[in-house]
Design a protein around this ligand. Sequence first.
Ligand SMILES: Nc1ncnc2c1ncn2[C@@H]1O[C@H](COP(=O)(O)OP(=O)(O)OP(=O)(O)O)[C@@H](O)[C@H]1O
Ligand SMILES: [Mg+2]
Length: 512
Amino acid sequence: MTKAKEATTPVLRLTDVQKSFGPVHALKSVSLEIHRGEVIGLIGENGAGKSTLLKILTGIYQPDRGTIAVNGATMKFRNPRDSASAGIGVVHQEQSLFTNLTVAENIAMNGAASKGYGTTFGFYRWGKLNKAAAQTLEIIGSRLNPKTRVGDLSFVDRQMVEIARAISVDTSKNATPLVILDEPTSLLERGETAILEREIRKLKDFGSVIFVSHRLDEIIRNCDRILVMRNGELVADRVTTSVTEDELFKLMVGHESHATKHERRARPVNETPAIEVTGLTRKGKFKNISLSLHPGRVTAIVGTSGSGREEFSRALFGAEKFDGGTIMLNGRAARGWRIPKAVKRGMGFVPAERKVEGMVGGFTAAENIVLTHPGDAAFGPFLKPWKRNKIAQQWFTTLDVRPNDISQNLERFSGGNQQKVVMAKWLNDPELRVLVLDHPLRGLDPGAAETVNEQIKAACKKGTAVILLADTLEEALEMGDDVIVMRDGIVSASYDLTVDNPSTLDLLERMV
Ligand SMILES: Nc1ncnc2c1ncn2[C@@H]1O[C@H](COP(=O)(O)OP(=O)(O)OP(=O)(O)O)[C@@H](O)[C@H]1O
Ligand SMILES: [Mg+2]
């Protein structure tokens, strides 16, 4: 092969790749090319087919039709090992490390045997394994000890191990690995994202990257070229320098953004707070927190992962205990505080781990929606199915839940659509006084995020007080009436955004 030819052969070429799951055409006909040293942003609504495409590239699914060529050679990936030996490494949407193994062992998962770390009796060659892991970590600028157990690492460090594993694919046959990152930042806080973004830029020096994220600012900052998927098809391929966030939104969602500005409500005097907390304390988690939240206002709480904000907000809802201090709801003390009491007194909670706590998996979407607040579907101890379905259908329409099928098991919906249903469950309470939202936009595409945000604003207009643990500081500043900064379990700063105008940097300074 001549030098000139080599320079133009794409690292990856897909031609007419198709994939269906029963009646669902997850990929209709996808063709694309990726070149050496490129960072490609892959965006699209929830369910557009991004993960399906990446799973085909990594041998988890086989395409129904179409071809994959790596460095000009057509490939068939029967399993993840085939794709790893072709130089493709992946960080999946859900973390997939083995927490009981060490950093080095996890990194070696990408075909350790082929690299001669194993011996005939199945034992690892520890010295070699740890050394190789240390070298890989160094490439991405991480100083993690290869002998540490993954279970003892922070989330961002685990993500680094995932990346190290992804780039430790077999590069003996071709010098440029392709590293695929499927929403690696959706669970990270802002400070941690910055570290990861730096790693992505480093990957460019020796390989190509496909990067999936719903945060359009992040995509624009890090990618050279952006591919947009909609309904299983690639609908746009743009050089980053020639697009704006607004254009990308429109390309993904199919219409302009309808976002309205949150109308802030000045902190009222002589009004009974919806919820008032005095000296709330839980040993080792949060200490002496006092806040009052008024109807129609959003209080955003920001902080790093050890700040105690998760524990505090869960304690408000009775999902975790506290050792000292008091909670008053509408002027009445909350005693023996447990979830059922909180719900009865008009509180709602959208947890970060919606799969674990937010929904009942075996139930249909309709059943989930009326679960806690059946409204007029209740008939004594029974439910009137047609009323239940009517209520559920109304929410499906309002929130644009896809697919529009209320009788489908909630587990089968994509993450973003599950989140909308979990929101509906609480919004169906006509007397919702306090709504605690723990990362409500996590994993949502920008269109779905907008829908959910509009519902939060609508709830405020009806007088609900909202506590918001946002994904980003920008989101906190945009949606909040108040911003509370927590650090090491205490409130380190608080801003009333109807008067103060802090920057993200101001907040960051109080967070760390
Ligand atoms: N194993 C499967 N069985 C049936 N349907 C599936 C399967 N995997 C994906 N789908 C469907 O294929 C479509 C594409 O899903 P995919 O997970 O690729 O979307 P995505 O773009 O990654 O979305 P998100 O942003 O929510 O991660 C969806 O309609 C989804 O419900
Ligand atoms: Mg996905």
